[in-house]
Design a binder for this molecule. Structure first.
Ligand code: SF4
Length: 481
């Protein structure tokens, strides 16, 4: 056995094959920090790079919470930090490339500070190929952990500090939910709340069911407890998170679903409730009815369609047809006439013909999406679609993406024009990067709104009269109306 093979053997590495195995029931564990660990980070600082989705943002809040509980201090300068965590995203090749680039750049900090601990976490760590590449070519990475063992970060730091050993521990799945993990939230008025982890959908292009594991819902009592505590602290908006929130509860309740959870949360009277991400296959009538009943559930629905061709949807394993999708959109519009609907679309998926793509364009026109995240398909190793033979030529995908973007931008602008002259309620989130005294926030329909105002308004709900329309944002002025 070569030295390299010996090294590989002693690490706990992920396996995409094992990650697909989902038999065991969910258990709940409590998080505990010892008196000794509470002092581990005295006089030490950390910095976190967060890549990818809101799920990663929420995980970084947990990293912060645990490190702060151990007396580490957050630094805003990576060159001065004692620990740097890269919380990575594996959804697309471009996301991974950004991480590889950052890892290369961080080498210089390691050279100037040999005591620096460099930690690779998040979805990329769950891929066997990532571990192999890091072990071979990135010797300056000290700790690799996955999405299932964030709670063990302090143990890994101790191992790396005291045993001077590289730590690699990535589990392929987890059947437990660690409740009571500490979190440090950057905002007191807006909070992300995980209601479930993992995904059981297995869209053929997606690596997430392997990197995030089986669907595991948090118990409703623990979610409501967290929300009630946030309300007491003055929180105005919560965003419920899950890879497929519409499947909430399927793994642990026989008669309680996402719609029921939404209603219980609406009854807490928190002013604003949002959620992401949804799956059309699991979106049910109850959820739509509850949304229409409670004005504190925001009238915005992000419903990824991915393709408007039923043939391609089948190849993607999305479990719905173009017609199914359109009928759910009709229900949403019927029950909630003020709703704005946004989506995700992949172009150039394997086997996509010009006629499939035209189906996508026709669906986009019919639904009149108010916004769309559009992507060129990128192959993810380990997914079924990576083995599909009819890959679409990159130049064809690019040309389709341009045509699609032209249409979606046109529709976004058209939808934004509806707000011209209207007064909208905005939760003020911060100062806009451009312009003095320009603040930004989001309307109920999740429109980005810029307006002039004093910083003291950050964290408050204000009324803004819209007077200029742009494709990507609305401009307005404070209104007493
Ligand atoms: S629903 Fe599909 S695209 Fe979304 S996380 Fe699950 S497998 Fe991936």
């Amino acid at each position: 056995m070569s030295k390299q093979e010996e090294l590989y053997k002693k690490y706990i590495r992920p396996s995409l094959v094992q990650a697909r195995d989902r038999k065991n029931p969910i258990t709940y564990e409590e998080f505990h920090i010892s008196a000794e660990d509470k002092l581990l980070g005295v006089n030490k600082t950390y910095f976190i790079y967060t890549f990818g989705c809101q799920g990663n943002v929420a995980d970084s809040e947990i990293f912060e919470g645990i490190l702060n509980a151990a007396s580490f201090t957050l630094s805003n300068d990576p060159s001065l930090a004692d620990i740097i965590i890269l919380n990575t995203c594996a959804i697309r090749e471009s996301a991974e490339d950004r991480v590889w680039g950052e890892l290369g750049r961080l080498k210089k900090y390691k050279l100037s500070n040999p005591n620096l601990l460099l930690v690779l976490a998040g979805c990329m760590s769950q891929e066997e190929a990532t571990i192999t590449k890091v072990l071979k070519t990135y010797p300056h990475v000290d700790i690799i952990l996955g999405t299932h063992n964030i709670n063990k970060i302090l143990d890994y730091i101790k191992n790396a500090y005291f045993n001077k050993e590289r730590v690699v521990e990535v589990f392929s799945s987890s059947n437990s939910v660690i409740s009571s993990l500490p979190k440090t939230r950057p905002s007191s008025f807006k909070a992300y709340i995980n209601i479930m982890y993992g995904c059981d959908e297995f869209c053929t292009y997606c690596i997430v069911p392997y990197t995030r594991g089986k669907e595991r819902s948090l118990l409703k009592e623990s979610i409501l407890e967290e929300i009630n505590a946030l309300i007491k602290q003055g929180c105005l908006e919560i965003v419920l998170l899950g890879q497929n929130v519409n499947a909430y509860g399927k793994d642990c309740y026989s008669n309680y679903s996402f719609g029921n959870l939404l209603e219980d949360i609406a009854l807490t009277n928190i002013p604003r409730i949002r959620f992401t991400t949804s799956h059309p296959h699991d979106l049910d009538l109850l959820t739509i009815q509850i949304m229409s009943k409670y004005p504190n559930i925001m009238p915005h629905f992000h419903l990824p369609v991915q393709s408007g061709s039923s043939n391609i949807l089948l190849k993607m394993n999305r479990h719905y047809t173009k017609e199914d999708y359109i009928s759910k959109v009709k229900l949403l519009k019927q029950y909630i006439p003020t709703i704005s609907i946004t989506t995700d679309i992949i172009v150039g998926f394997s086997y996509e013909t010009e006629s499939d793509f035209e189906d996508t364009l026709s669906l986009v026109k019919e639904v009149e999406f108010e916004g769309a995240y559009t992507f060129m398909y990128s192959k993810r190793e380990g997914t079924p679609a990576a083995r599909f033979d009819n890959q679409v030529d990159a130049s064809v995908s690019k040309e389709r993406l341009l045509r699609l973007n032209e249409l979606t931008n046109e529709l976004t602008l058209k939808a934004n024009k509806k707000y011209d002259g209207k007064i909208v309620e905005v939760l003020v989130e911060g100062k806009a990067s451009k312009g003095n005294n320009i603040l930004y926030g989001y309307s109920k329909n999740y429109k980005l709104v810029n307006f002039e105002g004093d910083e003291s308004l950050i964290g408050k709900l204000v009324n803004v009269k819209i007077n200029k329309i742009r494709t990507w944002f609305l401009l307005g002025e404070l209104s007493n109306g």
